[in-house]
Design a protein around this ligand. Structure first.
Ligand SMILES: [Zn+2]
Length: 157
């Protein structure tokens, strides 16, 4: 497995393209990630190349492309896409299946995130495969931190 936690860049001729459905700016994603996460029977599966990930929680579009008008909706994806869900399980870490509620309760219980520590160790040991499991194609550590940071600020140290 290549280094999935490096940020993909220069993987598309355009690295910024707004989502044709919601008009917000998405993030570039490699074709490998999109092919891994899109259902094989999606009608344009064979046309999938590098694309973009729509990060707007209010839009059910997951991937869109500069090369075709068709978009991949959350129902066309093989896994639950955490940022598009409002009910658990809301995955934050896809490789090790950590959900939002689990990350929050772990932080409250221990006063720090044992999950972040564990995932960081697994990333160091190259046991993660974010580029084929995480819809964003990126490492989840930043998202794990974003999940517990609001609670950290409530805890009196
Ligand atoms: Zn969108």
């Amino acid at each position: 497995m290549s280094d999935c936690c490096s940020i993909p860049d220069t993987n598309t001729e355009k690295d910024e393209l707004i989502c044709p459905i919601c008009g917000e700016k998405g993030r570039p994603v490699k074709a490998q990630t999109i092919r891994s996460l899109t259902k094989r029977d999606w009608e344009n599966y064979h046309l999938i190349g590098n694309g973009f990930y729509c990060t707007n929680p209010g839009d059910s579009t997951v991937y869109y492309f500069s090369t075709m008008d068709a978009v991949v909706k959350k129902d066309d994806v093989v896994d639950r896409v955490g940022i598009k869900e409002t009910e658990e399980p809301i995955f934050v870490c896809y490789c090790f299946r950590h959900t939002k509620s689990k990350i929050i309760s772990d932080f409250k219980e221990h006063g720090y995130s044992t999950i972040e520590k564990e995932v960081r160790q697994k990333v160091n040991d190259k046991l993660c495969s974010c580029e084929v499991t995480n819809p964003s194609g990126r490492c989840c550590l930043g998202d794990i931190r974003k999940t517990f940071l609001p609670i950290k600020e409530e805890v009196v140290i």
